[in-house]
Design a protein around this ligand. Structure first.
Ligand SMILES: [Zn+2]
Length: 259
């Protein structure tokens, strides 16, 4: 399909907000963890994030700096940097006297997060359809390819992150920096929620829903984009089992190195 409905390839600067260029990074987490200094911290960040999003580390599991340092052979400074990035993403919590532990979003919080997304994202999708550029469409299509590859390769936790990242790209395409920042935070929290509560075994966000959204943008159809996003988020919320309480894990080393 062409992008014939796009009014023009505006010469808008490719950087949207302060996050330009991220569309080219289909890797695990995308911009997530970007504040990390050094490859070691990033490797720990990715390892722990994967363990959390694949449910090898359950909510409330403690993540002592010393234990992680031993497991990864890294200094506390490096471990702390990784933990701070994970806390920023909302997948762990750091408390002054308790240290770090895996976040435990309850069912009420899960609903709240999706209610907030339903308020913001359909409108942003409409706005994106009004102003999207050819470059945005191309970036979104590249992202869809990466997302589908992750789903078909059964890389579940990567698929979760990429499907979340799609929503961030959509919000960025709307060119509304303040709302896009909210979406980024809500999507980070959603990744853990989906990992914990997703009850279907197929994919995370249905790739077909994402593809339909991109085509609505490409065709310059704001009302359609708005409706598709509303339906898609409602369907995602519907795919969550918000009745199932989870518990912690005791063997940190096995959970982090055994998978
Ligand atoms: Zn989605």
């Amino acid at each position: 399909m062409t992008v014939g409905g796009v009014k023009s390839a505006r010469s808008r600067a490719p950087s949207r907000g302060s996050d330009g260029g991220r569309a080219a990074d289909p890797g695990l987490g995308g911009r997530a963890g970007a504040g990390l200094r050094g490859a070691r911290a990033r490797a720990i960040y990715v390892s722990v994030l994967e363990a959390i999003l694949s449910n090898r580390l359950s909510p409330m599991t403690r993540l002592p700096e010393d234990d992680l340092g031993s497991i990864y052979g890294a200094s506390r400074t490096i471990v702390r940097s990784a933990l701070e990035a994970l806390a920023h993403d909302g997948v762990i919590v750091i408390e002054p006297n308790r240290g770090a532990f895996v976040a435990s979003p309850g069912t009420a919080e899960a609903r709240e997060v999706f209610d907030a997304r339903l308020l913001i994202e359909p409108q942003l999708a409409a706005r994106a359809a009004e102003r999207v550029s050819f470059a945005d469409i191309a970036a979104l299509r590249r992202h869809l390819d990466a997302e589908e590859a992750a789903v078909h390769g059964e890389r579940q936790q990567q698929a979760i992150l990429l499907s979340g990242r799609f929503h961030v790209l959509m919000a960025d395409a709307a060119g509304q920096v303040t709302l896009a920042r909210f979406v980024r935070e809500l999507v980070s929290r959603s990744s853990l929620i989906v990992a914990l509560y997703w009850r279907r075994r197929d994919a995370t966000c249905a790739c077909s829903a994402h593809r339909a959204l991109v085509e609505a943008l490409a065709a310059g159809r704001p009302e359609l984009a708005q409706q598709l996003m509303r339906d898609h988020l409602a369907e995602t919320l519907d795919g969550l089992d918000l009745t199932d309480p989870r518990q912690g894990v005791s063997d940190l080393s096995a959970a982090l190195t055994g998978g």
